[in-house]
Design a protein around this ligand. Structure first.
Ligand code: C5P
Ligand code: MG
Length: 301
């Protein structure tokens, strides 16, 4: 095993791949994908990443960090009564989301129920658009360590970053705007709020994106992938098995490297993650590994 690690180190010089948080089912395959992608050049690369618990931290000092929904749920824009209901929903459905003993088919309608019920509750709260920036500012939202390098490097090399999130687009954008990393190479697919003339939330726009329909979401946005058709090499990052279909709209794909953050229920889910993600990062709250890979792919090492 050690020998293999050293070989990775020597052959493709991404020292971060030797971090103790890194697990791979097939290191040789990862090396080959990385080598092909490096040879093809960074002008053929696009990055597709999930947001909650992938670009943002899962935990900090032993406390859970908020998702986009949680940022709003925990804010002072929500009444105590509604907060209780939203917490109850989270406590009911989050364990189902990460339950390995249930199939996607079984979970899918339950996830739709969760999102639908939560969005209905949020709409009842008459949330004002002009207060969202404050809500994010006062929240515990945290991007993963190394985010400046991640966003900055992609921007510097004009590599498109698609953030594909079943969270709330308006909140997500505010998080990256306030962090100073909402660069022009960033595009977002997510659930966006719809406000009335007086700026009060009245509904959510378009088709709901939840944890298990990212494939459908991708296929609705053919225009985006059409524009990126000269970039057939994809770095995909997610934390849920539902994130694996985010690149299903990519045209003429040549190589894809999938990085999965395994944050919770590690023992139960490790094998499933190893079977579907090329690189699994176990309880890794940083973007060190994606950053190491990006530096390699852009020839900075
Ligand atoms: O950005 P991403 O696609 O990861 O966002 C989805 C996450 O939002 C899910 O992992 C889920 O746990 C969380 N969620 C939430 N509250 C809801 C619905 C989803 O915190 N009402
Ligand atoms: Mg996520």
């Amino acid at each position: 095993f050690t020998v293999l690690r050293q070989r990775v180190h020597v052959r493709i010089s991404i020292p971060e791949l030797s971090n103790t948080t890194v697990f791979m089912k097939d290191r040789e395959r990862v090396q080959n994908i990385l080598q092909s992608m490096m040879k093809a050049g960074s002008n053929t690369l696009q990055v597709i990443s999930d947001f909650d618990m992938t670009l943002t931290r899962f935990a900090h000092n032993g406390n859970r960090c908020p998702t986009c929904h949680n940022i709003l749920d925990n804010s002072k824009l929500i009444s105590d009564e509604c907060k209780e209901k939203l917490t109850e929903l989270f406590n009911t459905y989050y364990p189902i989301e990460i339950d390995v003993s249930r199939s996607v088919e079984e979970k899918l309608p339950l996830m739709v129920d969760w999102w639908t019920k939560a969005h209905e509750l949020l709409v009842q709260q008459k949330i004002r658009k002009d207060l969202l920036a404050m809500v994010v500012r006062e929240s515990n939202a945290m991007l993963r360590e190394g985010y400046q390098l991640f966003f900055g490097h992609l921007h510097e090399h004009s590599i498109p970053l698609l953030i594909f999130s079943a969270g709330i687009g308006d909140i997500l954008e505010e998080v990256i705007r306030q962090a100073g990393v909402f660069h022009p190479n960033v595009n977002v697919f997510s659930n966006y709020m719809d406000f009335d003339e007086s700026g009060v939330l009245k509904a959510f726009k378009g088709e709901l994106i939840h944890i298990y329909n990212k494939r459908e979401g991708a296929l609705l946005n053919t225009g985006h992938f059409q524009e990126l058709r000269t970039r057939p090499n994809v770095l995909l990052m997610g934390d849920s098995l539902g994130d694996l279909t985010m690149a299903d709209g990519v045209q003429d794909m040549e190589n894809i490297l999938k990085i999965g953050f395994l944050n919770d229920k590690v023992e139960e889910r490790k094998q499933a993650y190893l079977d579907s993600y090329d690189i699994v990062l176990v309880k890794d709250e940083t973007l060190e590994v994606p950053n190491g890979i990006l530096l390699y792919l852009t020839g900075n090492k």
